[in-house]
Design a protein around this ligand. Structure first.
Ligand SMILES: [Zn+2]
Length: 225
């Protein structure tokens, strides 16, 4: 976690810091090692949020593009009687989940049920060949920034993230990241759109939830693009 409660307010980890978890009020210890992103860890063995993922600089960089108050927002679902911490939740209620590790489809389903209005932003640089392969297997962007691609790689990146909620893949390129508009798991043919980071942050902050075009598994509308 980036934040714990210290002296009654949310604070980032500092050396030898001790605080409490904003969600379960359990004791947390600051981890400020040389080789890890400074963070708070639960004193007890397990985090209260079973969906918690170890934070990387990639997670932190994404979270920091949004106001502090929108980062690590605890949500409680009365029906599911579960509580989880969203990476970013905008005032309009859109949840952004920044995902680096591979998680089971059942857990992906569970998070989508829990958050309802959400988008996935996947770290595409986890497998070093995915970015290279994607750039080799896609067309040149057209005037709208759209590309077609055919995924011949053994990597299951696009099969794994074949969802009906919006999915974005960040390969770590300076020129932007990609929204996967459509993917056919049988032919491995897909359609993606180049997204500018600042533009995305501005749209998400302004209340856009990106749901109009659905996710990679949503049937494509008939269009000429
Ligand atoms: Zn906790």
């Amino acid at each position: 976690m980036k934040y714990a409660v210290v002296d009654g307010r949310r604070q980032e980890a500092f050396p030898k810091g001790r605080g409490t978890c904003p969600m379960c009020s359990g004791a947390t210890i600051a981890r400020c090692g040389q080789f890890v992103v400074h963070h708070w860890a639960h004193d007890a063995l397990a985090s209260c949020d079973r969906w918690a993922e170890r934070e990387t600089p990639w997670h932190r960089q994404w979270k920091n593009r949004f106001p502090e108050a929108w980062q690590e927002v605890a949500s409680f679902d009365d029906v599911l009687t579960e509580c989880h911490i969203a990476d970013v939740k905008t005032p309009s209620g859109l949840v952004l989940e920044f995902q680096r590790s591979t998680i089971l489809p059942t857990e992906v389903d569970a998070r989508e049920r829990f958050y309802k209005r959400m988008v996935w932003i996947i770290d595409g640089s986890r497998n070093e060949f995915d970015a290279i392969n994607f750039n080799n297997m896609r067309s040149h962007p057209n005037s709208a920034g759209l590309v077609k691609f055919q995924w011949f790689s053994r990597s299951k990146l696009f099969h794994r993230w074949h969802r009906t909620v919006p999915v974005f893949v960040d390969f770590g390129s300076a020129y932007g990241f990609w929204r996967i508009l459509h993917f056919d798991p049988l032919t491995s043919v897909g359609l993606a759109g180049l997204v500018d980071v600042d533009g995305f942050v501005s749209l998400a902050s302004g209340g856009t939830d990106f749901s109009a075009n659905g996710g990679p598994a949503t049937p494509l509308p008939i269009r000429t693009a």
